[in-house]
Structures are given as C-alpha cells and as structure tokens.
Design a protein around this ligand. Structure first.
Ligand SMILES: [Zn+2]
Ligand SMILES: [Zn+2]
Length: 430
C-alpha cells in the first residue's frame, strides 16, 4: 500500500546516502553461488517484471498474475497452493533435511491510475498500473525461489513463498489468514520488502515501526450548550499532543533523506514524535451527543499509549468535564511492528556478507501515515519488513511509490534476490 496522503513526500529520499562502492564480502561460498546464479537469471526476471507491468491487475482481480506465479513455482518443482484468500499463491520449498521454517511474502496487486506510464513497456490495462512496485516484489520473490531451489541439496528446513493479493485495499493479508494460511504453513519467521526511494543496491530496516502510526482520535461528549467552545477546546487539546516545534527541520519532508538528520541518520530528527493533522478536524452528532475527531501520527508506542490518558486529564481539568463521555484511538492503517531481535540479526548477517554501505539501519520513522498490510501477519509470526532501494538519481529514476512517474532501476531486482536469498540461507542455518 504505502499510502501517500500528502504529496510533499515526493523525492524526499533525494539526499539519502548514496552508495560509493558496492562492497561485497564473498568469502562464504554459498553466497557467491547465490550471486552467480542471480546473475544468470537476472534477464529472465526483468522479463517477468516487465510482463507483469504490462498486464497489471488491481486487488481481487489478480487472476493472470497468480496463474503466472503458480506456473513458475510449479516449473521450479515447488509444492504449489492456489486460490488462498482470493488469488493468493503459496509455494513450498522443502530442503533435504527438516529444520527451521521461514516465509517470504510478496504482494502482487497493482492499483488504479490514469496517469500515463513512464516506461517503454507501458501498461496495456487502461486505468491500472504497477506504481507501487509490486511487479518488482513478485519478480524478486520468484527469483529468490529460483535461486534457493539451486541450493536445495544443502538446505535444512522449509521455505514458504507467500504471494499475497489485494495489498492496496488492505484486504489480502487478512483474507489469506481467514482462508487458513497459517494452518497450511507454520513459519517460525516471516520476511517481506517494499521498494522505496532509497538508492538501488541498498536495503534498510529498523525494529518496531517503519512508518508513523496514523490514528484517528474520537472524543465523545454529551450535548452541551456551547458547541463552538467545546469544538475549539477539543481541537486545542488534541493539538497540544504535538511535540515537534513549528520551526523544526522535521517539517521539510526532503530532510527525511538527509544522511545526518534523516531517517537513516544516527541523529535522526524523525523519532520520538507525535504530530497532529492540523487541517483534519471534524464534529458530528453521535450517541445523543457530539463526536469530535482528529488525526494523529505517533512514531512510538509509548507516546501513542499516553495520548488518551493525557486527553482525558485535560478534559477532566476543563469546564467540559461533566459533558465528557469517552475517548478512543481508532486504527486507520495497520501498523508495522518489526521484531527487534530479527532486525538486529538480519542486518548484521547481511552487512557481513554484502557490506555495511548496502545495509542501512534506520533510526527514524517515516513521518507519514503510510503502511503495509504485512502488519497483519506480524502479530502471528516474528517478522521483519524491509525497505529496498529502487531509485537511481543519476538516471532520474525515482522509486516514489504511488507517484504517477514511479519508476525503478531494475538492478534492484538483483539486489533483492541476492540479499534476501542470502538472508533466508543464513536464517535457516545460523
Ligand atoms: Zn501501494
Ligand atoms: Zn505497495
């Protein structure tokens, strides 16, 4: 999904660390083999990605896409299950010996867009485009399956490839689970990635949130006399939760890509924040009284959990105390929650193999209410959601998801297959 409620985000990763060298430590033989194999299949993966790009399908209609995926996995010799939660597909790769079970999830749907395509293999489905990069996600996942099949004789454990439909409408993950996904497979760890405006060649992650937790707050009051004053008071109470000063560099979204203060910087200003959407308050009749609503973004759980008690206290101390009924935070998007241990171990394992300059540890949280419905799997299985760079600034390719001119440097497919195949191998045989 990676929703973009404001277009201020465009190219915010511009200033992000560029890769000076693509350092690779290839002392571990199996990872050398992975890279050699990826090299061999790279052109075929680009072809698959372009085919998916030309025939994009929106959530709930991924018939052709899922047929292609199932055929590819069957050809590789995997056990394949189809029609899970709609057009969901699962491929099961069993190593020679039993062992750990790991799942890799890729989302496969496209989205409605009337904007013309910017590539020379444009969408043939009018009004539908892959501008969230799920064509790339699918190609990478198929490439990982292909690469790991080559290692089958040395594999101890099982790898599940979960191809999830309907991500954009936040329905697919839940639909797959409702359809018995976790009866069918029992992964001990689960991973996924999303293309982002980071430079191609890199991946990034952090523990817990990756995007700010975007919540609606509803304050319910019994009908009082002074509705205007109540509305003004409630707005001010919600606004008082914001802890970023108006002068802060935080508000210039291009700073999110700054190497020092951006989300990948150790001195990131994009942490420990609560912000309030100043143009999005409302008052409605509800429950024989009124409901006053606003929208708040939290970068961490502590501030989120403190919000309602803090609002209640403000109301209790006010002239509106007697009219107050209740207050609640309502989910708008699912919230990602990366497992801390798995993030730390994964980033370390990948840095050791591919070099620190390709594996970024994020210190800040993207200041935006975007997310991914991978979040629905996370309470079930310890998991990590990665960002994968797709931009090439020199070539003018900016992988800004949901933007009309979204494009990727297809070399990122190689990065995804290499790093995440290596990761799965490392996780199976630590
Ligand atoms: Zn999206
Ligand atoms: Zn997406």
């Amino acid at each position: 999904m990676l929703k973009t409620p404001s277009n201020t985000l465009t190219i915010f990763f511009f200033l992000l660390v560029t890769i000076s060298t693509l350092g690779q430590n290839t002392t571990k033989n199996i990872h050398t083999e992975i890279q050699q194999h990826t090299e061999q299949i790279f052109d075929s993966l680009v072809k698959i990605r372009r085919d998916l790009h030309m025939y994009p399908e929106v959530g709930g209609e991924e018939k052709r896409t899922s047929t292609k995926i199932a055929a590819y996995l069957t050809e590789l010799g995997l056990e394949v299950k189809t029609g899970i939660g709609g057009y969901g597909v699962v491929g099961i790769l069993k190593g020679v010996k039993p062992g750990k079970k790991i799942a890799w999830r890729a989302d496969i749907d496209a989205m409605p867009s009337k904007a013309p395509d910017v590539v020379d293999f444009p969408s043939k489905h009018e009004g539908v485009r892959h501008i969230c990069g799920h064509d790339v996600h699918t190609a990478v996942a198929l490439g990982i399956a292909n690469t790991l099949v080559q290692q089958k004789e040395d594999l101890e454990g099982t790898i599940y490839f979960v191809f999830q439909p309907s991500e954009e409408n936040i329905k697919g993950a839940l639909a797959m689970m409702d359809d018995g996904l976790f009866d069918m497979i029992q992964p001990e760890e689960m991973y996924a990635m999303h293309v982002t405006p980071f430079p191609a060649g890199t991946i990034a992650a952090k523990p817990e949130e990756m995007f700010s937790d975007y919540k609606k707050v509803d304050l319910f009051f019994k009908k009082g006399n002074n509705k205007d004053a109540l509305y003004e008071f409630a707005k001010q109470a919600i606004l008082s939760l914001e802890n970023v000063s108006p002068e802060s560099k935080f508000w210039n979204m291009q700073n999110m890509g700054d190497p020092e203060i951006g989300i990948a910087g150790t001195k990131s200003i994009y942490k420990n924040y609560t912000t309030v959407d100043k143009n999005n308050f409302s008052i409605k009749e509800a429950n024989n009284g009124v409901k006053i609503s606003g929208f708040i973004s939290f970068s961490d759980k502590k501030q989120r959990d403190a919000a309602i008690p803090s609002l209640k206290k403000k109301i209790a101390d006010s002239e509106f105390a007697e009219d107050f009924s209740t207050a609640e935070l309502v989910n708008v998007f699912p919230t990602l929650d990366n497992n801390e241990r798995l993030v730390n171990e994964s980033l370390e394992q990948l840095s050791d193999i591919y070099g620190e300059n390709r594996v970024l540890r994020l210190h800040g949280v993207v200041a935006d209410g975007r997310s991914d419905d991978f979040a629905f799997f996370q309470p079930k299985v310890p998991s990590v959601y990665f960002f994968m760079g797709g931009s090439n600034y020199e070539k003018g390719i900016i992988a800004q998801t949901h933007s009309p001119n979204f494009a990727v440097d297809e070399s990122c497919i190689k990065t995804g297959v290499n790093l995440f195949s290596s990761l799965i191998i490392e996780r199976l045989n630590p």
